[in-house]
Design a protein around this ligand. Structure first.
Ligand SMILES: Cc1cc2nc3c(=O)[nH]c(=O)nc-3n(C[C@H](O)[C@H](O)[C@H](O)COP(=O)(O)OP(=O)(O)OC[C@H]3O[C@@H](n4cnc5c(N)ncnc54)[C@H](O)[C@@H]3O)c2cc1C
Length: 391
């Protein structure tokens, strides 16, 4: 098999890259280790920045999102038994975010690629990449038991944090920057109408809580928990009790509960590798960086990388110039580090740390007070949350 761009991974990064390349007349093949059904049902992120929404619309895959997604014009920060609204529209000159689940975005992208007769290979095994430091990059994989080889001009490593592309880069090339947080999120998906029209980020002495949603019928809620928390120790009734305690701090406001459809524990980590490119292998999305989910940025950052990579490939195939490909890593990393800073800041402001003391708690409360009472600080939060402009 031969193609122009071989893409490992059918998450948001890989599928969007394949879609954008197709619109530019560039061929690609996407290789995915899991089944189509698994990819289309995997519950993950759900907040799309304004720029992500615009890109999906501009490239013809936004119609269902515009019908079913929920436009959010602000969020609430809750602390000290009060709730404060950060009004994105007013603070950013009309911008907002869209609540639309990541797996729904993936269904839309898979639908578009299949309609365009794009090559998406699910359930592939034993994927390996080679030759990317020379002129002949190759991807080997097993499909239905038989070993196959895909030769290509470039390889896009869109295979997430646990993928094979990043570890295939020779030792000593990449520098890793990492922070692991001393807590995790216990998340549930519940058959319950959201108790608030907008997300509520709650700072509480028992730990952080987040009220979020996926649709008018489905709530998504999170609790700060221990990093090694065993979900088996959390019966549904206990999760709801803890959510009621941390979120119901406002007189007269009640959290509506309902049957838990899914639950799990997600670790919290900040992670970046530099550079995001080696030879003809380009890393994009979670394969190159991870953010803690507090800023709702993981999926959006993957989309931002792909925007840069697809433009660089477009220039290369149109003119033969490699300038944009050569600057791919530096261009992406400027945004990556700003998003890392924002995600770390939101996480640090809103969570209880195991070693925090009365000074740290007062400092966090002062920071929340400042963010919600200073227009300059509110603008800073809002412009980062809706998404910084693309370079
Ligand atoms: C449990 C969980 C919850 C999350 N919740 C949030 C959230 O609430 N908010 C938020 O902003 N972000 C969240 N994120 C982060 C967000 O979902 C990711 O940043 C986003 O999925 C990144 O997209 P990606 O395409 O780079 O990687 P991924 O979505 O991880 O896609 C990588 C793909 O590559 C495939 N793959 C892996 N290895 C191979 C291989 N060897 N061969 C072929 N295919 C391979 C995987 O199966 C996967 O389909 C969450 C992540 C996780 C794991």
């Amino acid at each position: 098999m031969r193609t122009q761009v071989g893409i490992v991974g059918a998450g948001p990064a890989g599928l969007l890259l394949s879609h954008l390349l197709h619109l530019q007349g560039i061929e690609s093949v996407v290789l995915e280790a899991r089944s189509r059904q698994h990819v289309e049902e995997r519950v993950r992120a759900g907040v799309l920045e304004q720029g992500t929404v615009d890109l999906l619309n501009e490239t013809g895959v936004g119609a269902r999102m515009m019908r079913q997604g929920l436009v959010h014009r602000g969020i609430a920060l809750q602390f000290g038994r009060k709730r404060h609204r950060i009004d994105f529209q007013e603070l950013t000159g009309g911008k907002s975010v869209m609540v639309y689940a990541q797996h729904e975005v993936l269904k839309d992208l898979i639908g578009a690629r299949i309609a365009a007769k794009g090559q998406l290979l699910f359930d592939v095994e034993d994927v390996s990449v080679s030759g990317f430091d020379g002129a002949a990059p190759k991807i080997q994989f097993r499909k239905e038991g038989s070993l196959q080889e895909l030769t290509c001009d470039f390889i896009a490593g869109c295979d997430g944090f646990h993928g094979i592309c990043r570890p295939s880069i020779p030792a000593g090339v990449l520098t890793t920057f990492e922070r692991i947080y001393p807590f995790a999120w216990l998340g549930i998906l519940a058959q319950a109408p959201p108790s608030s029209e907008e997300l509520i980020y709650a700072y509480h002495e028992r730990g952080f809580a987040l009220l979020s949603m996926r649709s008018p019928e489905i709530s998504r809620l999170y609790l700060q928990c221990e990093p090694d928390e065993d979900i088996a120790n959390w019966p549904d009734a206990q999760i709801w009790q803890e959510l009621h305690t941390r979120l119901e701090c406002i007189d007269g406001w009640k959290l509506v509960d309902g049957p838990v459809i899914q639950k799990g524990v997600t670790g919290m980590r900040s992670f970046v590798v530099e550079p995001m490119q080696y030879g003809k292998l380009f890393l994009a999305g979670d394969s190159a960086h991870i953010v803690p989910p507090t800023g709702a940025k993981g999926l959006n950052l993957a989309v931002a990388d792909i925007r840069v990579l697809s433009r660089a490939l477009k220039e290369y195939y149109a003119t033969g110039k490699t300038q944009l490909l050569d600057s791919y890593s530096a261009t992406c990393l400027r945004r990556v580090w700003k998003v890392q800073r924002f995600s770390w800041w939101m996480t640090s402001m809103l969570h209880r740390f195991s070693d925090d003391n009365a000074f740290d708690q007062r400092r966090q409360l002062a920071e929340l007070d400042y963010v919600t009472s200073s227009r300059a600080a509110s603008v800073s939060l809002a412009e980062n949350y809706v998404g910084l402009p693309m370079d």
